[in-house]
Design a protein. Structure first.
Length: 289
């Protein structure tokens, strides 16, 4: 097999541009440097209690969150695909020999922003930039939620009880280094997946329930441009459907239709959308015969 060179990579990138690289469109539309002051303020890099400045540029890390949200990726999958995809590398300004943030680094960056309450504010500004460039939300919106893995915690039963009650365990309060590496907001939930076909060709009637620890990213995407318009982050145990009534719907979309999966189907949500002038296209659960 012929070893690829610089011009081979450039040719492949040119082909991706011709096919329509959404991330390249983002790079032309959004000046990501405008986010730097807000990122540095939220991350409080001057505070030495969390080990000083991180090894990766904060603007690069924010662009990784954009990639992650657009593609519904876990931290581990994000790390893999940045290494694998030329379009991701180009968007991030990374060369083939450059170091890529690992899954733990992505998680820690997002955790710091979440603790500072900055994620929704940053994505509101991101959306405003898109609107100014003429990318108005059109053709209705799609709601979706993605589970994001967090490193599992090794906490005592007493520490777990404090965290569930919203308290910081006493042993952590005078140990800032330990506290900075403890995730106090992630929670356990069950992730359901279809059971695999058995050797005899039958498919089990019940789905598999897999324990999952982390967060849930809730987004509203416009159907015209497939851009994120609203973003909300919760712990993994939070209900998808309830977020619909907590500011996730984009009232500025030029069309009123809302698409979502069955997790968002409830009488409360249907009544809410009707009163707010939205037209529900939320999927209905299939009846079991």
């Amino acid at each position: 097999m012929k070893q690829s060179g610089f011009f081979d990579v450039e040719e492949r990138l040119a082909r991706l541009s011709g096919l329509g690289d959404q991330l390249e469109a983002f790079s032309r539309t959004v000046d990501f440097e405008v986010f730097r002051p807000d990122l540095e303020k939220a991350l409080a890099y001057s505070d030495g209690s969390e080990g000083g400045r991180p090894p990766f540029d904060p603007v690069l890390m924010f662009k990784i969150l954009v990639i992650q949200t657009l593609n519904n990726l876990s931290d581990e999958r994000t790390e893999y695909l940045i290494n694998d995809r030329l379009s991701f590398m180009r968007f991030l300004g990374l060369g083939l020999s450059d170091r890529v943030p690992d899954a733990k680094t992505v998680w820690l960056f997002r955790e710091r922003l979440a603790q500072a309450g900055a994620i929704e504010r940053l994505f509101d500004r991101f959306d405003a930039t898109l609107r100014t460039a003429g990318y108005l939300p059109m053709s209705g919106q799609i709601l979706d939620a993605t589970l994001v893995t967090a490193p599992k915690q090794r906490n005592t039963n007493a520490e777990k009880a404090d965290l569930r009650a919203g308290r910081i365990p006493e042993d952590w309060q005078d140990k800032p280094a330990k506290l900075s590496h403890k995730d106090r907001h992630a929670r356990w939930t069950l992730k359901f997946t279809k059971a695999k076909r058995q050797d005899d060709g039958t498919i089990p009637a019940t789905d598999l329930a897999i324990p999952f620890f982390g967060y849930k990213s809730h987004v509203s995407i416009d159907r015209k441009f497939r851009f994120i318009r609203k973003w909300k982050t919760t712990d993994a145990a939070a209900s998808d459907g309830a977020r619909l009534r907590e500011g996730l719907l984009d009232k500025t979309n030029t069309a009123s239709s809302v698409w979502a999966d069955t997790a968002y189907r409830s009488k409360a949500n249907e009544d809410f959308m009707d009163k707010q002038g939205f037209v529900s296209k939320v999927h209905r659960k299939k009846s079991h015969l």
